[in-house]
Design a protein around this ligand. Structure first.
Ligand code: PLP
Length: 394
């Protein structure tokens, strides 16, 4: 079956009633026929029928053995980190998601887990920086927010030869464009808050593993730590996934058009989008992603100042100033002052997040309208700059 068909038909009708839409089992506990004898559900932290539909669905779409749903992307990340022990090391992509950077460096560092960052876009760096203590290699591809692409197949080989697991945060591509387990990854993580749920109306996280052994361990952590996804949020995420293919196609189509337009803008220094032939790892992206390059585009300005980027990001009308991405509505954000504020300035800049970097999450509106919105913002920016210059001269 093709992905579009799979993403709809992997949601079963309710076995009890035949309901086509998965019922929301809003219950904390389940009646037992006799002590310990039940229908597979005893307590909703451990297992819930609505959550189980979502967990089975994401496992199928990512080609893994088991899926697990958490209260947020970071709760999913937290559960995966808990597979480690004190003294273990993680080798991670340098442009890692800000929240992942924070949990590693400010929480798990206190428990003796070390993280080393490297530019995984060149596999040579992974070979150089991996060590016998490296338990996880942690990659995002594309990354947030500079859209770096890493070769998942090659990195999986390097990790496995070293006895390490490869973890891929697949939030930006979603399984509609990229299935890391098929490329060799051991664990896939999602902030389902983004493309999977897709409507900016839920916070959710998912983990998919490629073996029963890992599944047992993650299940134990999920039940023991308890950061599970609630039934209603599970339902919203299932509902989102049913239209994932359609949405991601439109997001990708719009983003490519917007990226090409941005390349023609005078004020812009650099446009980051894996769909552009000018992108450093465009060929790798084409090889490991299918059908598109996603909805996020970022760019930096020639005038690399926090203030100019702040002005520009307040002048768009359709692109709403907000953190997050992957929803039907287009969003604009300035990582240095918003999503990536928790990363120290030097580290932020070293990984390519300049002061003027602007991230666009292209929604599923009409591409021409989105481009016109950016055009009017650049025109206004130019006018205010000219007016300010006049004032200075006067
Ligand atoms: C948003 C995001 C997360 C965190 O997910 P939440 O649902 O916000 O907790 C993790 N990784 C990436 C790549 C993200 O974009």
């Amino acid at each position: 079956m093709h992905f579009e068909t799979q993403s709809i038909h992997s949601v079963p009708s309710d076995p009890l009633t035949g309901a086509i839409s998965t019922p929301i089992y809003q219950t904390s506990t389940f009646e037992q026929e006799s002590h310990g004898n039940h229908k597979g559900f005893d307590y909703s932290r451990t297992n819930n029928p609505t959550r189980k539909v979502l967990e089975d669905l994401i496992a199928k779409l990512e080609g893994g053995t088991n899926g697990f749903a958490f209260a947020s992307g970071l709760a999913a990340i937290d559960a995966v980190i808990k597979l480690l022990s004190s003294g273990d090391e993680v080798l991670a992509v340098d442009d890692i998601y800000g929240g992942t950077f924070r949990i590693f460096t400010q929480i798990y560092s206190r428990f003796g887990i070390k993280i080393k960052f490297t530019d995984t876009t060149d596999v040579v760096n992974v070979v150089d920086d991996i060590s016998p203590k490296t338990k996880f290699v942690w990659v995002e591809s594309p990354t947030n927010p500079t859209l770096k692409i890493s070769d998942i197949r090659k990195i999986a080989e390097i990790a496995h030869a070293n006895g390490s697991l490869l973890i891929v945060d697949n939030t930006f591509a979603s399984p509609a464009l990229q299935r890391p387990i098929e490329l060799g990854a051991d664990i896939v993580i999602h902030s389902a808050t983004k493309y999977l749920a897709g409507h900016s109306d839920v916070i959710a996280g998912l983990v998919v593993v490629n073996s029963n052994e890992l599944a047992e361990k993650v299940k134990f952590i999920q039940n023991s730590s308890g950061a599970i996804l609630a039934p209603f949020d599970s339902w919203l995420t299932i509902r989102g996934i049913e239209t994932l293919s359609l949405r991601v196609n439109k997001h990708s189509e719009n983003a490519l058009k917007v990226a090409k337009y941005l390349q023609s803008v005078d004020e812009i220094a650099e446009v980051h989008y894996p769909g552009l032939v000018s992108h450093k790892n465009h060929d790798i992206a084409r090889n490991q992603q299918n059908g598109g390059f996603g909805g996020v585009v970022s760019f930096s300005l020639k005038n690399d100042s926090l203030e100019t980027a702040e002005k520009l990001t307040s002048l768009t009308r359709l692109f709403k100033l907000a953190e997050s991405l992957g929803g039907v509505k287009s969003l604009i954000c300035q990582p240095a002052q918003m999503t990536h504020k928790s990363i120290p300035a030097e580290i932020r800049k070293a990984s390519g997040i300049s002061d003027s970097l602007i991230r666009l999450s292209c929604g599923i509106e009409n591409a021409e309208d989105l481009i016109n919105d950016l055009k009017q913002a650049f025109e206004k920016l130019e006018k205010t700059a000219a007016a300010e210059l006049k004032e200075v001269i006067a």
